[in-house]
Design a protein around this ligand. Structure first.
Ligand code: NCD
Ligand code: ZN
Ligand code: ZN
Length: 345
């Protein structure tokens, strides 16, 4: 099949940043996706409904004229988030989830949770309001090998959390391991996962092809090929627990090509096209629509999009860099080809 028409997709995990940088990256997403769950790891983080409402206004103001893109906001969970904030978030109707970053796990996670036990009351209120908890699922212990941090998180944090809060909706974000795919598959329907294009397309070899490749560095870090294969199997299985979340995470070029380079890959410029490659290669292009356009909306209890887009199997060259505020950034596949494109775009 060289062409497919699907309902317009949504991105259930996206970093838009703020200010001039946001104005440069937002059009890439708005050209493809109807909605996106917008991550709250700004500096300072989006910890309250009031901050989320203000951030949403800045996003709407930065949209290209005529765009109907809808940002779905999230709150950044801290040790001190008051339970009353959850009720405010629910009433706002624009905050759709709460994000859990283990303190120190990833970009701008310094204010993250140090101990989930401190959040018990908040989690109970979230459970009551049907507010999903989105998790960056990695332990931060220095003695745990970086390639094992997700697996150990499942054992130590996620499994007990799902058990303790029997009504809590949980999304394990950007899963990277066979163990995560297995855990989510076996869990109750209120537990789901997002998958990124890089973890579906690249194994950890891509970090070291001919030398160190900082633009393929993201967290959780790319894993072995057996994990990538398990993630492709999960994404293309048709199981509604698995849905699209690019984790497109823009960083200026010089902050990644650095003594201590930032984690995050930018993929919004090909945010649906890269998944079409994955599904076509797996012989499952007919399951792309469920993964990209239905499962996430159903999980979040939002209406499915009615507008359609058509994807065609045609190669196009990704530029070596794209504007990013006062800087530039290096997008995924820079200087190389993407093999699907959106018709009419
Ligand atoms: C993300 C970022 O840059 O904000 N980076 C990443 O490597 N994925 C943060 C995150 O999603 O963990
Ligand atoms: Zn993360
Ligand atoms: Zn992310």
């Amino acid at each position: 099949m060289n062409q497919i028409t699907i309902s317009r997709p949504d991105d259930w995990h996206l970093h838009l940043r703020d200010g001039a940088a946001m104005r440069d990256v937002l059009p890439h997403t708005a050209a493809r996706f109807a909605r996106a769950i917008v991550m709250p790891n700004l500096r300072p983080p989006v910890t309250t409904t009031a901050l989320a409402l203000a951030y949403r206004e800045r996003i709407l103001a930065a949209l290209p004229a005529g765009s109907r893109f809808e940002p779905l906001m999230t709150l950044y969970l801290t040790d001190n988030t008051p339970p009353a904030e959850i009720a405010r978030a629910r009433e706002s109707r624009v905050v759709h989830a709460v994000k859990y970053y283990p303190a120190g796990a990833t970009t701008n996670s310094d204010s993250g949770v140090t101990d989930l036990a401190k959040c018990r009351a908040v989690l109970e209120v979230m459970e009551k309001h049907g507010m999903p908890l989105l998790l960056h699922g990695e332990v931060t212990d220095a003695d745990i090998d970086i390639f094992d941090r997700e697996r150990v998180f499942i054992e130590r944090t996620l499994a007990p959390l799902v058990e303790r809060f029997q009504g809590l909706k949980v999304v394990m974000e950007h899963i990277t391991t066979r163990e995560a795919a297995e855990f989510v598959t076996a869990a109750p329907p209120r537990v789901a996962a997002t998958l990124t294009p890089q973890h579906l397309l690249l194994s950890r070899n891509a970090l070291f092809t001919g030398g160190v490749r900082p633009h393929n560095y993201c967290l959780p870090i790319l894993k072995r090929e057996v994990h990538r294969a398990a993630l492709v199997a999960a994404a293309t299985s048709g199981n509604p627990k698995f849905f699209l979340g690019t984790d497109s995470a823009p960083h200026a070029r010089h902050t990644k090509e650095n003594d201590c380079g930032c984690a995050g890959m930018f993929s919004a410029h090909a945010g649906i096209e890269l998944y079409a490659e994955v599904f076509a290669a797996a012989g499952a292009i007919d399951r792309l629509e469920g993964f990209a356009s239905h499962h996430g909306a159903d999980f979040y209890a939002l209406p499915r999009n009615t507008e359609k887009i058509t994807l065609v199997r045609e190669s196009w060259a990704v530029p070596p860099s794209v504007p990013f505020g006062a800087d530039t950034l290096v997008p995924m596949r820079a200087g190389d080809f993407v093999h699907w494109r959106i018709a009419g775009a």
